[in-house]
Ligand binder design. Structure first.
Ligand code: MD3
Ligand code: FE
Length: 199
């Protein structure tokens, strides 16, 4: 990694421009088959980030809570995880287990994601891998309890993060994105892919 921030390994610029563009095209195909939606939080407010998934499981949220399910809200199975995305997992995760979910997050305009822990997965021993594409995003990470000190870093298109060990249960979020900072996504915005073992 080029930087380690509170246990998160940051591989800056791991994907070159051509690899980023190829991945964006694969994500476009995923979105065509499994349209983006704004998940409804359990307390009734839609998230500002739009989401969809690839893989055996996708992440959904509605009035009955957050969970992984085998179908898109439209009733169809999620599309497969693209091989280019699987290859990033193979290169950096250090895990022999295949990822079961590729969550696709799209940030446009003032979309953000508040500080949270990722704890809907069965086994926190598996790392989470994230790929940033498009506009810069201000990533914030703290410790494993709410309210402690945090550190921030701007994530750029082509950066890859690995959250393992103690960092796996760290509070984290995206405070804002920098509109117009990248030309990788037509129409602008920031795409984030997170790969997870779910079961
Ligand atoms: C640190 N996504 O989808 S990716 C999420 O950029 C999520 O869309 C953000 O948080 C995004 O849940 C941040 C980096 C990330 C992902 C998972 C983590 C950091 C993490 C899990 C544990 C600790
Ligand atoms: Fe998260």
């Amino acid at each position: 990694p080029t930087v380690i921030l509170r246990g998160v390994q940051v591989f800056q610029g791991l994907l070159n421009r051509a690899a980023q563009e190829a991945m964006v095209r694969e994500i476009r195909d995923i979105v065509a088959a499994a349209p983006l939606f704004s998940p409804m939080t359990p307390y009734g407010k839609p998230m500002t980030v739009r989401m969809t998934s690839a893989g055996r499981f996708g992440w959904v949220s509605d009035r009955s809570g957050y969970r992984y399910v085998e179908h898109h809200p439209n009733g169809q199975a999620w599309p497969p995880i693209p091989s280019s995305v699987q290859a990033v997992w193979d290169a950096v995760s250090g895990s022999a287990h295949a990822p079961e979910c590729c969550l696709v997050n799209l940030y446009r305009d003032t979309a953000k994601m508040g500080l949270h822990q990722d704890r809907d997965e069965a086994d926190f021993a598996h790392p989470v891998v994230s790929v940033s594409l498009g506009d810069d995003g201000l990533f914030r990470i703290g410790g494993t309890t709410r309210g402690g000190p945090t550190e921030s870093i701007w994530l750029k298109s082509g950066d890859v993060l690995v959250m393992g060990g103690d960092a796996r249960l760290a509070y984290h979020g995206i405070d804002k994105t920098r509109a117009g900072s990248s030309t990788v996504l037509d129409g602008g915005g920031r795409l984030n892919l997170t790969l997870r073992v779910v079961t």
